[in-house]
Structure formats: C-alpha cells, structure tokens
Design a protein around this ligand. Structure first.
Ligand SMILES: [Cu+2]
Length: 173
C-alpha cells in the first residue's frame, strides 16, 4: 500500500530522487509488453483461516522461516542490471496482496517499520521503488523497473504481511 502524503506529487518526486531505479511504466496490459528480464512472481499464503505469523520479518537471521504464513515466490532471484519486468500473480484463494520493490542499503537490517501501522515505512528512501498495488485473489499485474546492481527486497505491505514472512531477497548483478 503506497502511503499517500498530503503533499501533491509526492510519488513522482520520490521516483525522481531515487538513485536506484526509475519506473518506466507501472501499469501494463500483459506479457507482450514485457521488456528486459522477466521475473514471474507468485504471492502466496496459507489461507485466511491460519493465524498470521508475526515474527518473520526480514532478515531471516535467527528466525524460523518455516513458520511464515505468507510469502513471495520468484522464478529467479538474480538478474542482470537493466530493465526487469515483474509479472505478478496473487495465488491466494482469499487474501488481497501487493508487490513492492525496495532497495536494501544494508542486507543485515530490516526495512524501516511503522509499528503503529503494522507496516513498512514506505516513505523512507529506496524502500518503495515501484509497486503492483492491491491485487485480488487470482489477479495479475506487472511492474517494469530499470534496476542497478545491488541488493533488493520484494515485499507485500498489506498490514501484518511483512512480519508474516511476505518478502524475498532479490539480487541485481
Ligand atoms: Cu500480502
């Protein structure tokens, strides 16, 4: 969920300021428009009848990630720098998910978190490079970014989902 601020145009300003990436196109109609490396993404969960995990935020160090109740599966976790198209499917039967790309400045640190909102602080620099916003179960979306070499994190920021394990590292060489 992109957290809107009261300042008009915050989103384009954020993208212009980003040193890691810029959005070429956020909404695309289908795979025929894909460019560069294509990464297939599946947003999954164990069902809304399962109690959400709360101790599975990034990084995995010291955590039992088998306890994660939600996650992001990717066809590849490493791509070469340049245009990357994420083709995203919400594989859930009953839960809305989303897909956000963040750049990790320090792979040992969690993303900045707003405990009161139970979500990642997307307003912090590089934490939100682009997104496929709320996808209903079974729906698809695509996101194309120009990515520089570095360490990234793909995550979902529906409240609680990041701590439930809904993230995966991603590497650009
Ligand atoms: Cu989610």
């Amino acid at each position: 969920m992109f957290k809107r601020t009261s300042i008009g145009g915050a989103f384009p300003i954020r993208l212009a300021m980003s040193t890691a990436a810029f959005a070429i196109g956020v909404a695309m109609s289908g795979p025929s428009q894909a460019a560069g490396t294509v990464v297939n993404v599946s947003l999954w969960d164990k069902g809304s009848n399962i109690q959400m995990a709360t101790n599975n935020g990034y990084p995995a160090t010291g955590k039992d990630m088998s306890k994660a109740t939600m996650g992001i599966a990717v066809s590849t976790d490493t791509v070469k720098a340049g245009e990357v198209t994420f083709e995203v499917l919400n594989s859930s039967a009953d839960t809305v998910h989303e897909f956000i790309v963040a750049r990790l400045k320090d792979v040992n640190k969690p993303l900045p978190y707003l405990t009161s909102d139970n979500k990642v602080d997307e307003d912090k620099a590089d934490v939100h490079l682009g997104e496929v916003s709320e996808l209903d179960p079974g729906k698809t979306g695509a996101l194309r970014l120009d990515l520089k070499p570095g360490n990234y994190l793909l995550y979902c920021d529906i409240p609680g989902h990041y701590l439930a394990g809904m993230w995966t590292p991603f590497f650009v060489k």
